[in-house]
Design a protein around this ligand. Structure first.
Ligand SMILES: C[S@@+](CC[C@H](N)C(=O)[O-])C[C@H]1O[C@@H](n2cnc3c(N)ncnc32)[C@H](O)[C@@H]1O
Length: 248
């Protein structure tokens, strides 16, 4: 378990404020509105529950799972108990329970490789009703440039630039499109400083799309961003696919 998702779960919204991914979340809510009334949504790797909160406020029947008990505690504080549960994407075993399954911000890339990704996608498809949709935001290593980037955010009591988040994504050689994410989190007022390396796999949207087709998804699309434009330069594209109907 990575520290950013475990002992530092309470700091996640400091370095990655809820507002950061508002366009991605709006994209998900748009899909949800098109799929059901109310739409049953599963957020895989729900983290601190930001999407869950927005979805529930929009009338979506949104629930989430996350492998990290610490992240789930933060999510529960945001959306209440019952809406989020500790669970690994590798263990999803629902059947036809959802209209929409989403997984944002590279959660899927914490799989161990192609075989595991295929199994997770099969489980996601089984969890969907026929005609349901999956929306996956994945890392795309071909579009990372190894540049060191920096965000400065307010601290816990609102003081500007108190939190510094440095990050860099490095493409690695090897099977299953490996990539390394390097993170430095610092909060001056709390006197906290942490550095962590995350190994990501299957960091290729086309490979994820191929795996989705293999397990029976139809209409598999790769989008550069929430704008639904063709993949061109984004390190964080979306793969969207429809359950299809025939069982496999
Ligand atoms: C980068 S965070 C993204 C969180 C959230 N989706 C968001 O957009 O803010 C990745 C999340 O995936 C979770 N995670 C990692 N491996 C997982 C697994 N095997 N199954 C479910 N969740 C997992 C982590 O605990 C973490 O909360």
């Amino acid at each position: 378990m990575y520290r950013l998702f475990d002992e530092l779960a309470l700091r996640y919204d400091l370095h990655t404020p809820p507002d950061h991914y508002r366009h991605d979340h709006a994209f998900v809510l748009e899909q949800a509105a098109a799929l059901g009334s109310p739409c049953r949504l599963l957020d895989v790797g729900c983290g601190t529950g930001v999407l869950l909160e927005k979805a529930r406020q929009a009338g979506v029947l949104a629930t989430g799972i996350d492998a990290s008990p610490a992240m789930i505690r933060v999510a529960e504080a945001r959306v209440g108990t019952g809406a989020a549960a500790v669970g690994r994407m590798q263990d999803i075993d629902d059947e036809a329970a959802y209209d929409l399954v989403v997984s944002l911000s590279w959660t899927l890339n914490y799989c161990s490789g192609r075989a595991e990704l295929v199994d997770v996608l099969r489980r996601m498809r089984r969890a969907l009703r026929p005609g349901g949709r999956v929306l996956l935001q994945v890392a795309h290593a071909a579009h990372v440039d190894g540049r060191l980037m920096e965000d400065r955010e307010p601290g816990p009591t609102g003081e500007p630039d108190d939190v510094v988040f440095l990050y860099r994504f490095v493409r690695l050689d090897g099977e299953d499109w490996p990539m390394r994410a390097e993170y430095v989190y610092a909060c001056k007022s709390l006197n906290e400083l942490t550095h962590e390396l995350h190994l990501l796999r299957m960091a290729d949207a086309h490979a994820v799309a191929t795996c989705a087709s293999e397990v029976g998804f139809h209409d598999v699309q790769v989008y550069d961003s929430w704008r639904r434009d063709p993949l061109q330069g984004s390190p964080s594209p979306f793969v969207s696919a429809v359950h299809g109907v025939a069982a496999r």
